[in-house]
Design a protein around this ligand. Structure first.
Ligand SMILES: C[S@@+](CC[C@H](N)C(=O)[O-])C[C@H]1O[C@@H](n2cnc3c(N)ncnc32)[C@H](O)[C@@H]1O
Length: 256
């Protein structure tokens, strides 16, 4: 994360309680423990304190419109059913993005073979995503009453759960975007939205270069509305006129 000096208050306010909980006297002591003796539990507590998990269903509408009307029909025609179409929600938070994609596919393209993978650096949020349980407040953010009725059922007074058929379409795993994800395989579509904003430019470039290795040549990358590849990575170009959607540059073009 890009933590410039104007974000010092953020470090102090978020990591102070973590240091205290771990029985340390200060954030400085916590930092030094991370450097000299990085224990899994300490790393995880620090990540959890620093990340923002804000997400909602069908966030920004437009990418899902493009997916439904342009990208998926084109990919289905190109693949001709020879292999599943693979979609990755990278930095998926509690799974709203991955489940939105699954709902759209179940409604508009049933019967096709899909693989949807959601990943996030935070293990607790990945556990929440896999459970598919959302509060009444969360389901109201981005879902129409029709979608709620079709794809969710009431779990208890406060919570709803995603239907089994939608849950089966998505699998979740932990993954840090700064590491290789080759174990996840190659994807036709990657969503990596509202996470690059937290990184400095070289880190954004590193993440984008890693994502480029995981994409089919005719694949598409969706970034957040505040993100661009311009001046960050030469591995992607804008896909036509669609804002926020990028396609990988072929190796020949990259060399040129
Ligand atoms: C603001 S949420 C965005 C969720 C979703 N993509 C969306 O647009 O609604 C950002 C997510 O990025 C995750 N994240 C932050 N740094 C990460 C990293 N290095 N690797 C993977 N995920 C990361 C956070 O845990 C958080 O859940």
């Amino acid at each position: 994360m890009a933590l410039t000096s104007d974000k010092l208050y953020l470090v102090a306010s978020r990591l102070g309680p973590v240091a205290q909980k771990l029985g340390m006297r200060s954030v400085i002591e916590l930092m030094s423990a991370l450097r000299t003796n990085p224990k899994e539990a300490t790393i995880s507590a620090v990540i959890e304190a620093m990340v923002t998990h804000e997400s909602l269903f069908f966030r920004d509408d437009r990418p899902f419109d493009y997916l439904e009307k342009t990208l998926l029909p084109a990919l289905i025609a190109a693949r001709g059913g020879r292999r599943p179409i693979r979609i990755w929600s990278a930095a998926c938070s509690s799974g709203q993005e991955a489940y939105s994609i699954a709902m759209l596919i179940a409604e508009r393209f049933p019967g096709w073979h899909w693989e949807i993978v959601g990943t996030d650096i935070s293990a607790p949020i990945v556990t929440k995503a896999s459970a598919g349980v959302f509060s009444a407040f969360e389901v109201k953010r981005g879902l129409s009453p029709e979608r709620m009725a079709r794809h969710f059922r009431r779990l208890d007074e406060q919570n709803y759960i995603v239907s089994d058929s939608i849950r089966k379409m998505v699998r979740f795993d932990t993954h840090n975007l700064l590491e290789s994800a080759l174990r996840l395989g190659v994807f036709d579509i990657i969503f990596c939205r509202n996470v690059l904003i937290y990184f400095d430019t070289p880190t954004k470039g590193r993440v984008l270069d890693l994502l480029a290795r995981q994409m089919t040549p005719d694949g598409a990358l969706f970034l957040g509305s505040a993100d661009t590849v311009h001046g960050v990575s030469n591995k992607f170009v804008l896909a036509g006129n669609e804002r926020g959607v990028f396609k990988p540059v072929s190796d020949v073009a990259k060399v040129a």
